[in-house]
Design a protein around this ligand. Sequence first.
Ligand code: ASP
Length: 291
Amino acid sequence: MKLPVVVVHGGATVFDDKYHDAILKAVSKASEKGMCALEKGGSALDAVEAAIWVLEETNLFTAGLGACKNLDGEIELDAIIMDGNRLESGAVMAVRDIVHPISLARYVLERTSNSQIVGSGANKLYEQMLAEGYREETSSKRTQGPLIAQNCDTIGAIAIDETGRIASAASTSGWPGKLPGRVGDSPVVGAGVYANDIAGASCTGKGEQILRITMGRMAVFHVEQGLSVQQAAEIVMSELRQKTSGEAGLILADKLGNLAIQFDTPHMPVAVLSRDMENVYYSMKPVWLVD
Ligand code: ASP
């Protein structure tokens, strides 16, 4: 695919048929917003933040507005954004009841000298971010839990700009009924998400299992070692299955815009947009895997 490329996923999970259209529209719109950010001269980071922001704004996924509650009935969210060329990331973990943790993760990356902020510290930083006008508070109000979630459907994105700079990101509320304070793989650099100047990955699935094989980092490592993104994605998926019995999905892209999409759950909605695709290609299964 010709650069720039934006790829967005809506979680490796099972979605009821009646929501497929809405979900596909959402990931499609997210990829368009990401591409729009790049076309306006924005960076790969701008693109993944914009894409994730769109999905956080729906209540179709267990992230952002659609977040599900922990065991105590509270909403705690995790998000990460990573700049591959700077090899720097910003993450927030167990931040309470905000809609766009991805923008707070970006704030951590750009405006602090730290890379991971958790719990009440993250909520305090959120107030600081708003006070500084770095991002505006969303007008959306959370009126209900996730519209459709039965388990978990983390959202993720990768963008590669025209010069081959890569950014990747993820946002989630984790599993419904999780232990308060539980953090999965998603906001952990090298587990749920990783990017460097060669490739970027964003993973989804049971965090406790993905953490065990540092899936995002390993996927990128295999590409650094000379494997294609497809081979690398297949290797980490197979390692996860064999060593942890886990089910998962990932998107993996290299700096040339080569892309792999792998999952072993019934569904993983994905939208891909690139310079040489006039239309958005999307499906509950990636187009080239549909029978
Ligand atoms: N990885 C996420 C977590 O364990 C869940 C998901 O990807 O659906 O929190």
